[in-house]
Design a protein around this ligand. Structure first.
Ligand SMILES: [Zn+2]
Length: 369
């Protein structure tokens, strides 16, 4: 038994030595992280720890999102597992699709990191870069009676796969259809589930996902999508600060929505408590749906923590937890505004607002030392 284990470990180490040169691997990991965050901040594409990403880095290894990790939290040090996808493919070929085979395949194929996503199976045969999402627009058709037929008409080159339990069963079902396709399909629709797009670069995969969803949105008559501005702001922030590691998100908080609506889509008097100033800043600029307006403001005054656009608030924060903190403070302030009808809201005096922002910046700088 010990002998067998030792041989396995030796094989794994040998495999590791075959990993591509450092520089190429680093670039691939960065692209993997960027694609994961870029997709993960879109709540119209991904919810909770759903969806997954992968990048094939050699003839047998790929980076894939680790199980239970949120895509928007992936970075170069967190959230990527290295898996031998050839081993996963062998399991799919063998055709044993029970829970034990699934568990066995995932643990035998793992080369680095924690347990890989349950959807590792469907990533083992797709293109070099693969993004699997659960988009709202696609699921309108994926969850409707004739939706699969409509999708096939809209995208004749796509693969449409009937419902299957996520994991090895779903992987095997897609693999069967994938192998019999004339050309390797770039677009795969999964009934009552989601979308898979693969291609040669992360940029291609991200753009293709948006393109497919734009066509579906037009077809189902969905109106303007405020979540697209999340991606545009994120791109602008990263152009201004290429080292930016944070996220952008759109608030869906009910009180924030009510306070904005009550105020004709304009920002309410939110600077009523020290936390409102410290967390949300002295000013929440209105960028009116334009990433260009955001860029102009950020270049002049620095990247803001919160921006307003066409009755929606967008939060720019170092991570999800900080974004949730900011939203919670904004929600508190919105509740005050909504409950203050007929009263004149008194904000903290301007000099005190400046003091609070400076004071917080100073505290932040100290923490960074
Ligand atoms: Zn899924």
């Amino acid at each position: 038994m010990i002998m067998i284990l030792n041989t396995m470990v030796m094989d794994m180490l040998k495999e590791f030595a075959d990993m591509p040169a450092d520089a190429g691997l680093k670039d691939a990991l960065k692209e993997f992280a960027d694609m994961s965050v870029g997709a993960g901040i879109r709540t119209d594409w991904i919810q909770a720890a759903g969806g997954n990403t992968s990048v094939k880095i050699s003839d047998d290894l790929m980076y894939i999102k680790a199980s239970g990790v949120r895509l928007c939290e992936v970075n170069e040090e967190y959230g990527a597992s290295v898996v031998d996808y050839k081993i996963i493919l062998e399991f799919l070929e063998k055709g044993r699709l029970d829970e034990a085979a699934e568990k066995n395949a995932l643990s035998m194929a793992l080369r680095q990191g924690t347990r890989p996503s349950i959807e590792t199976f469907l990533h083992s045969f797709t293109g070099k870069y693969t993004l699997h999402t659960h988009p709202v627009a696609a699921n309108v058709l994926l969850s409707s009676e004739n939706g699969m037929k409509e999708l096939k008409k809209l995208f004749p080159e796509s693969l449409c796969v009937g419902y299957c339990t996520p994991g090895i069963k779903l992987g095997a079902e897609i693999y069967k259809a994938y192998k019999s396709a004339a050309e390797p399909p770039e677009i795969i629709f999964l009934q009552n589930h989601g979308l898979i797009i693969s291609g040669d670069s992360s940029e291609y995969v991200m753009n293709k996902t948006q393109e497919v969803l734009d066509i579906i949105s037009d077809y189902i008559g969905a109106g303007e999508n405020p979540d697209k501005l999340v991606s545009e702001i994120y791109t602008a922030v990263r152009e201004i600060d290429p080292q930016y590691k944070g996220i952008v998100c759109r608030s869906e908080n009910r009180y924030i929505y009510e306070a904005l609506k009550m105020n004709g889509g304009r920002m309410w008097k939110y600077r009523t408590c020290p936390d409102c100033v410290v967390y949300c800043g002295e000013n929440i600029p209105d960028i009116s749906g334009s990433a260009e307006a955001f860029r102009n403001y950020a270049e002049r005054f620095g990247i803001p923590g919160v921006v307003l656009s066409e009755g929606e608030l967008y939060i720019i924060a170092p991570d999800l937890k900080k974004a949730m903190d900011i939203e919670s403070v904004l929600s508190f302030s919105a509740k005050i505004a909504v409950s203050s009808i007929g009263r004149d809201i008194q904000e903290i005096p301007c000099e005190e607002q400046s003091f609070l922002t400076e004071w917080d910046a100073e505290k932040y700088r100290k923490q960074m030392k």
